[in-house]
Design a protein around this ligand. Sequence first.
Ligand code: NAD
Length: 318
Amino acid sequence: MNILVTGGSGFIGSNFIRHMLNKYPDYRIINLDKLTYAGNQDNLTDIENNPNYSFVRGDICNPDIINEVMQQVDHVVHFAAESHVDRSIDDGSAFVRTNVLGTYTLLESALKHDIKRFVHVSTDEVYGSINDGSFKETDMLVPSSPYSSSKAGSDLLAQSYYITHNLPVIITRCTNNFGPYQYPEKLIPLFVTNLIEGQKVPVYGTGQNIRDWIYVLDHCKAVDFVLHSGSVGEIYNIGGGAEKTNLEITEMIIEKVGSDRSMIEYVKDRPGHDLRYSLDCSKLKELGWTPEYDFDEALKETVQWYVENRWWWEKLKR
Ligand code: NAD
């Protein structure tokens, strides 16, 4: 395969590229990334000289650049997005531009260039909050934040290109990822690095919001799996099966870093904060994918990675 990976210099995209190049030595990957604050070439230093890897700095909203790279590939895995909910509350403009217009630009170009499979990486947040039970792929999208609304817009656009134009789109909707190379504004790396530096950790409200957590490599393997074995036009939920309240996660991190509960600082809740996300992942499991990593073990290794790789995150926090 010749694969265009968008947003490959971010957290999940860089873990995905590393996974793919290791697993498929004859695949070629072009990483197209704008290198926003969240894009970081340090994430891929170990593979930048791999002859099957190339990097193009570019914006997914720019049709000229997109058409140029699209003609060199036959598959697309689309990760590029503005991804941080709090930033979308402060200013949603980049979210609408990149997530909606950028996805539209990619879909149009994929259509022109006869792309064989286009995997659109969406999120569990498009469904909104659920108090009991779990969302199935057929449930309505009721997103709450400008981030999740812009992702829902891109998700629906991707669906429309399959229905209207027969573009071979596959959509994945995954729960909260954690692991190495995650920008230290997101809960787990923020809390781990704050505690390493002796700073408090800000917990929203009373910390009762529930998220399902998945180790990033499990997500990458699921995207690899649907790229090869998924059916076009389908949507697949991806989850780790590890639902925790934010307070539980915080306490687990505190314990693993060797800190104590006095470091918790309860702060004013995020506006529109979804109480609980939960996915029914039986569709993908029936097809043959299942998460491999144990949550507690993966969290321990992730904490250890941030302890050992201060060079990576210290400059991002300054
Ligand atoms: P990230 O913020 O770490 O990385 C995003 C990458 O996209 C960065 O490298 C950035 O430079 C690039 N980018 C942003 N705007 C761009 C543009 N206009 N053109 C080209 N590149 C651009 O995000 P992430 O956490 O790795 O998430 C990747 C994808 O997975 C996103 O689509 C996100 O919605 C989705 N997702 C994330 C999670 C999670 O827990 N992190 C869960 C489910 C789905």
